[in-house]
Design a protein around this ligand. Structure first.
Ligand code: AMP
Length: 432
């Protein structure tokens, strides 16, 4: 084991990247709040059974990918592999159904799956997602799809494809599963070993197998659209009409089933074609049976989850990531150790006013300290020299043009506030 390398499938975010992530997260939050979603923060781990029940025993996530541990009390706990089951659990636990007919929640945070790491696929990754619980109308499906689409557009993405399908309700799906199983049973030996198992345990999952041989076989099986009941048919028609109404293009993908068992009716993915093999930015759909399955009332739900790493990559590839200055705004440079005390006081006052400030310790020459100030990336340098300080004055150097001016220390805060806005929260100044 290499103790100086992060575990496989995980990564560190360094300060410069963390600033970009903060920007992504705050942009996402702003859009979701504007659509009327409230943020929910659920625990990173839950009882294992929640995911087994919620996501489905025969899904890849539950069968192969969960990080499960037994705690000292003998309880089985699992690091959350996705967000919906936890939100639904919280919805039931806090009886949100009693507060209003429709609940709109969003989450943002890390998820954990023991998958084979590759580009766009990590073991600790980050998702944001929305859940609209309590609304059965197809308007909700269309709204959720549009929200994901508009959010990406607001961040500057344009090359997006919405892939849309329906997986019907448990009734019509049952019929379709039977038709699918009998169509595939005859050609089972042509399928990959995973799909031969799926054929017995979860035939619908076969439809999105990536193996070219299976794809060829699957291209000949009947479509679920021929098996939809009248209500499911009508629901899907309404969703597509609504999207067309607002001019949003989508592609019908009759083989899109998604990897989680809880979906009913509408399922969708938004793809960015630049991303390569792992090109889904987000995926979601309707889950009308999930709340009841997890022990709550029979209320419908619809939502999506979006990967933040993939969003980052897409924004980066499209030149849509803003650049942020990482260094301090001001660098204070005392000429001599005694003046370091003065510099420390000034730095403290400025920091308490929300400015980001670094300082030299006064032991090095002006030249050496100036080099450090340059390296820090600060836009302004305050030089505190012996002679100036005798008159309680300092020199302010503006790095952009190299100009400098002498200022009385008493008017410093006012002068700096004119030049630059504080980055952080303000703490009341010390009492004199
Ligand atoms: P899912 O929860 O599997 O429906 O995935 C929803 C979205 O989360 C995907 O479209 C990806 O953007 C992202 N995602 C899922 N699994 C991973 C992973 N292992 N690494 C990075 N992103 C992921």
């Amino acid at each position: 084991m290499n103790l100086t390398t992060a575990p496989r499938g995980t990564f560190d975010l360094m300060p410069q990247q963390a600033l970009v992530w903060q920007w992504m997260e705050s942009s996402i939050r702003a859009v979701l709040l504007s659509y009327g979603y409230g943020e929910i923060r659920t625990p990173i781990f839950e009882h294992t059974e929640l995911f087994q029940r919620g996501i489905g025993e025969t899904t890849d996530i539950v069968e192969k990918e969960m990080y499960t541990l037994t705690d000292k009390g003998g309880r089985s706990l699992t690091l959350r592999p996705e967000g919906t089951a936890s939100v639904v659990r919280a919805y039931i636990q806090h009886k949100l159904y009693g507060q209003s007919p429709v609940t709109k929640l969003f989450y943002i945070g890390p998820m954990f799956r023991q998958e084979r790491p590759q580009a766009g696929r990590f073991r600790q990754f980050h998702q944001f997602g929305v859940e609209m619980i309590g609304e059965e109308s197809p308007v909700a499906d269309a709204e959720v799809i549009l929200l994901a689409h508009d959010l990406y557009c607001q961040l500057g993405l344009t090359e997006l494809e919405i892939h849309l399908n329906t997986v019907g309700c448990p009734q019509c799906r049952q019929e379709y599963k039977a038709a699918l199983t009998s169509a595939l049973a005859a050609v089972a030996e042509q399928l990959c070993s995973t799909c031969r198992l799926r054929l017995v345990r979860n035939p619908l999952r076969l439809l999105d197998c990536k193996s070219p041989v299976c794809q060829e076989v699957i291209s000949r099986v009947p479509s679920i659209h021929n098996y939809l009941c009248t209500d499911c048919h009508h629901h899907f028609d309404q969703v597509t009409t609504l999207l067309e109404q607002v001019g949003v293009k989508y592609k019908l993908s009759p083989k899109l089933v998604r990897g989680l068992d809880y979906y009913t009716r509408t399922v969708f993915e938004i793809i960015n074609t630049d991303l390569g093999a792992q090109n889904a930015l987000c995926g979601g759909g309707r889950y009308d049976g999930l709340v009841a399955e997890c022990g709550g009332p029979a209320v419908p739900g619809v939502g999506f989850a979006s990967g933040i790493e993939r969003l980052y990559t897409t924004l980066e590839q499209n030149g849509k990531l803003p650049e942020f200055a990482c260094g301090p705004q001001l660098y204070i440079l005392p000429l001599g150790e005694e003046l370091a005390v003065v510099a420390f006081e000034i730095a403290t006052d400025l920091r308490r006013q929300g400015f980001s400030v670094e300082m030299g310790n006064g032991t090095k020459s002006l030249k050496a300290q100036m080099k450090a100030a340059h390296k820090s990336g600060a836009g302004f340098v305050l030089i505190i020299g012996e002679e100036e300080w005798r008159e309680r004055q300092v020199t302010l150097k503006i790095m952009a043009d190299g100009s400098q001016k002498r200022l009385p220390a008493s008017g410093l805060m006012e002068e700096i506030t004119k030049l630059v806005s504080p980055r952080g929260p303000q703490v009341p100044l010390r009492e004199e």
